[in-house]
Design a protein around this ligand. Structure first.
Ligand code: HEM
Length: 174
């Protein structure tokens, strides 16, 4: 059984944890009524986790382009290979599109992004109320698409592992 290399495995699980954390915080923070210190704190943590996803996603993509992924078992039908490759490509795209939409939404709302409260990130656009509304909806819907993609990805991994009894999950474990 071929496995992914250790850097790919570490980046996979790190990005997965950060995405789950940012997603959960995003849902919780937007549900808090009013403008409380806790809400502001969660917004900051959310943005820092999201920018970190973007940085690690860039590293992941670079690693993936410079290395080859282990091949699937001979017996795996062609449509399943295509489905897996398609889902992976979609998830790579969303690892960038979700944080970038959140970043530009924040800038369009006239708020600078200060990474970990220390480094002010480039203010690439000014405040724009129309763009703000569009980017807020875009950030939301890209998140819903990503949630669907992640569920499909996890369901496929579990099906291969436990129903078809192909030990596929070992490929992504050290
Ligand atoms: C993988 C990274 C990210 C994930 C998974 C994510 C997820 C989410 C989710 C689920 C929501 C709640 C949407 C809703 O219910 O309305 C949200 C809202 C938000 N996100 Fe993100 N986000 C990410 C990155 C970012 C980044 C990098 C920023 C900015 C630097 C950002 C800024 C915001 C803001 C300001 C809101 C609040 C929108 C509102 O006011 O309703 N997000 N995000």
């Amino acid at each position: 059984m071929q496995r992914y290399a250790l850097p790919a495995i570490l980046l996979h699980w790190l990005v997965a944890l950060l995405i789950i954390g940012a997603f959960t915080l995003g849902v919780i923070m937007t549900d808090i009524p009013g403008l409380t210190p806790t809400k502001l704190k969660y917004y900051s943590w959310h943005k820092w986790a999201g920018v970190t996803v973007l940085l690690f996603a860039a590293l992941r993509l670079l690693w993936r382009l410079l290395n080859t992924a282990p091949d699937y078992a001979e017996a795996m039908p062609a449509w399943q290979r295509w489905a897996a490759h398609g889902t992976h490509a979609l998830l790579y795209l969303l690892m960038f599109a979700v944080p970038v939409s959140g970043y530009f939404y924040t800038l369009a709302a006239g708020v600078p992004v200060v990474f970990f409260g220390i480094v002010e990130l480039p203010v690439l656009i000014g405040p724009d109320p129309v763009l703000k509304t569009t980017l807020k909806a875009l950030h939301y819907w890209l998140n819903m698409l990503m949630a669907a993609g992640v569920l499909l990805h996890v369901a496929a991994a579990l099906k291969h592992q436990f129903i078809d009894r192909h030990p596929i999950m070992r490929r992504m474990l050290p």
